[in-house]
Design a protein around this ligand. Structure first.
Ligand SMILES: Cc1cc2nc3c(=O)[nH]c(=O)nc-3n(C[C@H](O)[C@H](O)[C@H](O)COP(=O)(O)OP(=O)(O)OC[C@H]3O[C@@H](n4cnc5c(N)ncnc54)[C@H](O)[C@@H]3O)c2cc1C
Length: 415
């Protein structure tokens, strides 16, 4: 099947990757149909009205630029120039991310970003969205997709034509490929979960420096906070599920208050709703999904978290998914058939997604522990001095965050 001969392309999931990919493919002239299980975020309230944010870095920005949507997205973003490390005694130190003023990362609301991308895609004449349509995977022994219309429970089928599955870490399409033994999947759950909390505005302004990513590292666990445009911060607690200092220990408001007073006194002073939020908000799980076999011939391709979900500690899951989108479209210039394109995409991307999966796990230790260490800080300062003297000597963190021209697999070669 040649690239141009198809009637259209299906995208499953109008999340971050799916909505960006819809724009990129539509701008290439394809007719794109997007199926999403949630309600339309332009009319419904995503994230239950809570602010959940993400760090956007240069790989993600490059993907957004390729789609021509930076004008819409960058006004939503807040620059963070470094990590503000909060010690036990209440002191705080800013560790800069890069050595140049433009080497910053950006805090952006997931809901605002998703809505902006859906609006941009929906504004194109050749993109159609179908919300509240749950993809159940591939129909039994046929290369057609099965859906349930969440409005009335009707089950129906669609030709693959081809289909790109961006249905996230729990991908139903990946499950179908696994059941057919097209894909092999290894899931590595993390023993630590997370919970999102709020640091509200104080007197109509930010309670902390908004141009930093705040970390309260405590060795085996940590609290982080990223700024929102409404002067709040979204704080995320990363903590073991069980054992000493774990979610299992925090079964009552008194236990939560006591834990935060002991471990994060400076943050707790800024969280008046801590105990209520703690019990109202979901405890999320984290993990890495390694998939081998991302495509079913030229019919179906997994992309973004559906192919390679990673832990969030390098702030790269979305950035990597946006890079996937831009790379897939770039590879279209070099391939005649969908099967060839999908094959080349997996061949090129998998070494890179495996590399960022490993670096993301390593970065958890760096964030929750190493940043406190005097030896680590000294080495970081020395690396900065070397890079200033010779811009070609780039630390690994900077390669990942600020140098999209360097593949993840290259960056990962550096210890
Ligand atoms: C706590 C946390 C913090 C993070 N922080 C960062 C960060 O700072 N920076 C960063 O780059 N990344 C971060 N990430 C990772 C980032 O969220 C993901 O990598 C990114 O959302 C992947 O995009 P995606 O489009 O592949 O999947 P998603 O954004 O999850 O989108 C999947 C879409 O598919 C839809 N869907 C799912 N199943 C079906 C179905 N069966 N039928 C139809 N539709 C379906 C969903 O409703 C959703 O809209 C973080 C993740 C977590 C959990």
């Amino acid at each position: 099947m040649s690239l141009r001969s198809v009637p259209g392309i299906n995208i499953i999931g109008a999340g971050l990757a799916g909505s960006l990919l819809a724009i990129l493919l539509a701008k290439r002239g394809f007719k794109v149909t997007v199926y999403e299980r949630r309600a339309d975020p332009r009319t419904a309230n995503a994230d239950g009205g809570r602010s959940i944010n993400l760090a956007l870095a240069s790989r993600g920005i490059r993907g957004l630029a390729a789609a021509g949507v930076l004008d819409r997205v960058m006004p939503l973003a807040i620059a963070m120039r470094g990590r503000m490390v909060h010690e036990h005694d209440g002191s705080a130190e800013l560790q800069m991310y890069g050595v140049r003023p433009e080497e910053v990362i950006h805090s952006v609301s997931r809901a605002d970003l998703n809505r902006a991308l859906i609006e941009a895609a929906a504004g194109l004449p050749n993109v159609e969205f179908h919300f509240r349509q749950l993809c159940l995977g591939l129909a039994h022994e046929r290369d057609v997709l099965e859906f349930r219309d969440e409005a009335n429970g009707r089950i129906y089928h669609c030709a693959a034509q081809p289909t790109i599955a961006t249905d996230g870490a729990g991908s139903a399409v990946r499950d179908s490929l696994l059941a057919r033994e097209v894909s092999a999947v290894r899931e590595e759950p993390l023993e630590h979960d997370y919970k999102e909390l709020t640091i509200p505005a104080v007197n109509g302004g930010y309670a902390l420096d908004p141009n930093a990513l705040h970390i309260w590292p405590r060795g085996g666990f940590m609290l982080i906070a990223l700024p929102n445009r409404d002067f709040t911060f979204t704080a995320t607690l990363f903590l073991a599920r069980s054992g000493t200092n774990s979610f299992a220990d925090l079964g009552s408001p008194a236990a939560v208050e006591g834990f935060f007073t002991r471990e994060f006194p400076s943050a707790k002073a800024l969280m008046p709703d801590l105990a209520r939020e703690f019990f109202e908000h979901l405890q999320g799980s984290l993990g890495t999904v390694y998939t081998h076999g991302w495509h079913l011939g030229g019919n179906v391709l997994l992309l973004g978290d559906a192919a390679h979900a990673i832990v969030p500690f390098h702030g790269q899951g979305m950035n990597c998914a946006f890079e996937d989108c831009a790379e897939l479209v770039r590879l279209m210039d070099h391939h005649e058939s969908w099967a060839g394109l999908f094959e080349a995409f997996e061949h090129e991307r998998r070494p890179n997604t495996d590399a960022i999966a490993r670096m993301a796990l390593e970065n958890y230790i760096e964030m929750r522990e190493a940043v406190l260490d005097a030896g680590y800080r000294k080495k970081k300062k020395e690396a900065e001095a070397r890079e200033k003297a010779d811009p070609s000597v780039i630390p690994r963190y900077s390669k990942v965050m600020f140098h999209p021209e360097i593949p993840y697999s290259e960056a990962a070669k550096q210890p």
